[in-house]
Design a protein around this ligand. Structure first.
Ligand SMILES: Nc1ncnc2c1ncn2[C@@H]1O[C@H](COP(=O)(O)OP(=O)(O)OP(=O)(O)O)[C@@H](O)[C@H]1O
Ligand SMILES: [Mg+2]
Length: 238
């Protein structure tokens, strides 16, 4: 057993080094592609050619896709770090209500369809010690999922509840839902429900959330019904 454990540790280290290496190797050319695209755009804007507009449009597409790939690389790198136990939890007293409000505002600003998020606070505010960065990451993904998978449906909602011994956050949406037969797989890498069609994503977000929640001593659960909606619930000690 000791041998097997040692082997697994080595494999994990190898994996995390591999992820770090490939990520870096991909990010460098991406940065070059992006700056070349910027230069082409600059030249195109200067010249008075009938094709200029098309060139600029194509260059913008290059930059959008470069950004998407860079984000994906960052996600893989972050996951690699978590899985190699190279991420530390640093808890301090935080103003949870303001943090949640701030994250919501930022997410809402990003929504092209101009939907809002309904925010409700329950219970009496208590002192919270938490890793603000991790909480931000967790809420960001859950809120963005709630918006992303409920297009053309009513706005999502977030309920923050201060209980006796813990606080909970419910993120509720009225969207696609997760098909019942796939509930067991939601926290596996690259999982994407078979009902998401062309909605973009890597399927790594929830795995990262799951790991972060665990690392921070919390719990995550969800209820979801296809075409009705999904509620993710987080629970953390004070
Ligand atoms: N609120 C939700 N409503 C419906 N399906 C969801 C919801 N949240 C997650 N899912 C399903 O779980 C899958 C995994 O979610 P996850 O956040 O890990 O990936 P993603 O959002 O597709 O991509 P990423 O977060 O990496 O950009 C989603 O692709 C979707 O099928
Ligand atoms: Mg996601």
């Amino acid at each position: 057993m000791m041998k097997a454990l040692q082997k697994e540790k080595e494999l994990n280290e190898l994996k995390s080094r591999f992820v770090a290496m490939t990520t870096h190797e991909f990010k460098t050319p991406l940065a070059t592609i992006s700056s070349s695209a910027d230069i082409i755009e600059m030249y195109a804007e200067r010249s008075l050619n009938a094709d200029t507009e098309n060139i600029i449009k194509q260059v913008k597409n290059i930059n959008i896709e470069v950004l998407r790939m860079t984000n994906m690389m960052d996600t893989s790198l972050f996951l690699g770090k978590i899985e190699a136990n190279k991420t530390e939890v640093s808890k301090e007293e935080i103003d949870l209500v303001s943090l949640v409000q701030y994250i919501i505002d930022r997410q809402v600003r990003h929504q092209k369809d101009k939907r809002k998020l309904y925010f409700e606070l329950r219970g009496t505010v208590k002192k919270v010690f938490a890793d603000a960065q991790h909480l931000e990451h967790i809420l960001d993904n859950l809120i963005s999922n709630a918006f992303k998978f409920s297009q053309n449906k009513p706005s999502p909602a977030l309920i923050l509840t201060f209980n006796e011994n813990n606080f909970t956050v419910d993120i509720i949406d009225y969207g696609l839902g997760i098909p019942q037969n796939q509930h067991k797989k939601v926290y596996s890498s690259f999982f994407r429900g078979d009902n998401v069609r062309n909605i973009k994503g890597t399927g790594l977000g929830l795995l990262i959330v799951y790991n972060l929640v665990k690392m921070n001593g919390g719990k995550i659960t969800f209820e979801s019904e296809e075409n009705q909606g999904t509620t993710f619930t987080l629970e953390f000690p004070y």
